[in-house]
Write a protein that binds this ligand. Structure first.
Ligand code: 13P
Length: 244
């Protein structure tokens, strides 16, 4: 995506039941009263089981709903345990996270992710495309090579990229409390932007304590937030602190 929004995207991962939706109104109320609300996009990606009830709850809200993955087949099929982009759209998802390192770790290849991206875009979902290097790759100083490969093969043969947002998530930063050094992060985000001409957000241990440091890196278009997004207070705090 190339529009000028600041994105705050919550990835709930495999957390949350119906009772977790009770806290959404706090975030919604905050957003409605927030002076910068026109320039921010707030997206919640709950587990698939919560997409429908969450979309219903947010019917009069500017908060949008996304999924955390989808099957690559855009038609129905005999794939036990999976859901495709058409089914996700049907229950209210507007976005889908693809290429998350937790799924790459379970065997998702760049080739498979590419098929998923194509099928999601064809269905009309917007794609949050995750890339990132492992600690080993960082130590070997091959981060840019890894990112280039993930971009090249993951986004292969996709001409219309306007509905894709890149999420740079260093694997070593996810859930560890560690974030990249500011200068390093600025350079990497710049590298990805030059390569893709797309908006780029950052993910990995974003929390109310480190958001001051992260927001000062002025080429970041938003944040993909895991752990801290499950607590509405922390999530709201992150947004507030991005602006002061
Ligand atoms: P944490 O914010 O918990 O590190 O998770 C980041 C992430 O994986 C978001 O997709």
């Amino acid at each position: 995506m190339t529009n000028k929004y600041m994105y705050f995207i919550a990835n709930w991962k495999m957390f949350g039941g119906l009772n977790s939706l009770n806290s959404l109104h706090k975030v919604d109320r905050f957003l409605k009263n927030f002076k910068k609300n026109k320039s921010i996009k707030l997206i919640f990606c709950p587990p698939s089981t919560l997409i429908r009830p969450m979309s219903k709850k947010l019917i009069n809200s500017r908060i949008e709903v996304g999924s955390q993955n989808c099957h690559e087949n855009e038609d129905y099929g005999a794939f036990t345990g999976f859901v495709n982009s058409k089914m996700l759209k049907d229950v209210g998802a507007k976005y889908v996270i693809l290429g998350h390192s937790e799924n790459r770790k379970c065997g998702e290849t760049n080739k498979l992710i590419n098929l998923k991206v194509k099928s999601a875009l064809k269905t009309g979902l917007k794609v949050i495309f995750c890339i990132g290097e492992t600690l080993k790759e960082k130590k070997r100083k091959i981060t840019n090579q890894i990112l280039s490969k993930q971009i090249k093969f993951g986004l292969q043969k996709i001409n219309k990229k306007k509905n894709i947002l890149i999420a740079y998530e260093p694997v070593w930063s996810i859930g560890t409390g560690l974030i990249p050094k500011s200068k390093e992060l600025f350079t990497t985000i710049n590298f990805i932007k030059k390569k893709t001409k797309l908006n780029v957000i950052y993910g990995g241990s974003v929390n109310p304590k480190n958001i001051h440091e992260l927001k000062s890196i002025n080429n970041i278009d938003g944040f993909l937030i895991g752990g801290a997004s499950q607590d509405p207070k922390k999530f709201i705090d992150i947004i507030k602190k991005t602006y002061n």
